[in-house]
Design a protein around this ligand. Structure first.
Ligand code: F6P
Length: 321
């Protein structure tokens, strides 16, 4: 079997572990493996290069993606998808594995309307916002990166008894904010999944101050409907009568060496994807749910909502002290 592999959309630490596992397990099981460079656009530009075992040496511990990534406008069109199918046929590709977020799963499903080959997705995004897997590749490293930064901000916040709003990534999703907020003892977490009223947030901050907290941290997901951390800070400062400082963590969250968790997750999902293909299972995204390796139809990965841990969410107030 001739298997193509690509990464698409935002990169996530641990994607390299997945590419390595797909390549090496594929080769051991008599597949030919082709790295497609530059995401879906790489198919259109015919950037397919055959990989051998050595091609994926020394990438396991590296962040980013060795295949590079992209967000292709052309591939979003039906024309682009038809052209991609023709290129894959020209190179006699039998199966395509793409690693990425919800846009990638949508791209695979769309390609499936025009291409006869086998398609599989691997969840790779720091946002963790895909149904069909408890964790996505890159999420754990991103939250650990953010944790390290927040612990440092806590030091300076305490020194001045300051209020800090820290903005974390997550375009439409609050998973990073919730995990980081709980793990750093934030007084409030602002996420797009739940409506936030500025007056309630102000009350929370004032209450925290009244409880003589030496510093107040609020973690804001970049995609919140109230606006970004700078916008929220402006209004909050007026309401609490004190200047709220802002730190936007940005892309630093997405880089760096993957944690143990992301290396193992990428490796397991990569190897499982090859096993699925060879066993005739395809047409969906591989993932890990409750310790089990599973395959979820593409459409469910974005149409079904992945739940937060309601019990932990309920404890946020009590934990903030
Ligand atoms: O989807 C992953 C992500 O890192 C989001 O958290 C963020 O909003 C977005 O990608 C940033 O996209 P780009 O890299 O195109 O600026």
């Amino acid at each position: 079997m001739r298997v193509g592999v690509l990464t698409s959309g935002g990169d996530g630490p641990g994607m390299n572990a997945a590419i390595r596992a797909i390549t090496r397990v594929g080769l051991r099981r008599n597949c030919s493996v082709f790295g497609i460079f530059g995401g879906f656009q790489g198919i259109l530009d015919e950037q397919l290069h055959e990989l051998n075992s050595r091609s994926v040496s020394r990438i396991l511990h590296r962040g980013g993606t060795f295949l590079t990534t992209g967000r292709s406008e052309e591939f979003r069109t039906e024309e682009g998808q038809k052209r991609a199918a023709a290129v894959l046929d020209k190179h006699k590709i039998d199966a395509l594995i793409a690693i990425g977020g919800d846009g990638t799963m949508r791209g695979l499903a769309a390609l499936g309307n025009h291409w006869r080959g086998r398609l599989l997705g691997l969840p790779g995004t720091i946002d963790n916002d895909l149904y069909g897997t408890d964790y996505t590749i890159g999420f754990d490293t991103a939250i650990n990166n953010a944790l390290e930064a927040l612990d440092k901000i806590r030091d300076t916040a305490e020194a001045f008894h300051r209020i800090f709003l820290v903005e974390v990534m997550g375009r439409h999703s609050g998973f990073i904010a919730v995990h980081v907020g709980i793990a750093t003892g934030a007084s409030a977490i602002v996420i797009p999944e739940t409506p936030t009223k500025i007056e309630d947030l102000a009350e929370r901050v004032i209450e925290a101050r009244q409880r003589t907290k030496s510093s107040v941290l609020v973690v804001v997901a970049e995609g919140d409907e109230l606006g970004n951390a700078n916008v929220i800070a402006q209004e909050l400062s007026e309401r609490v009568g004190d200047k709220c400082r802002v730190s936007v963590l940005g892309y630093i969250q997405r880089g760096g060496n993957p944690t143990h968790f992301d290396r193992i997750l990428g490796t397991r999902l990569g190897a499982f994807a090859v096993e699925c293909l060879l066993g005739g299972r395809h047409g969906g995204m591989v993932g890990e749910m409750n310790g089990e390796l599973v395959l979820t139809p593409f459409e469910e990965t974005w149409s079904k909502k992945k739940p937060f841990d309601e019990w932990m969410m309920g404890l946020i107030d009590e934990l903030s002290g």
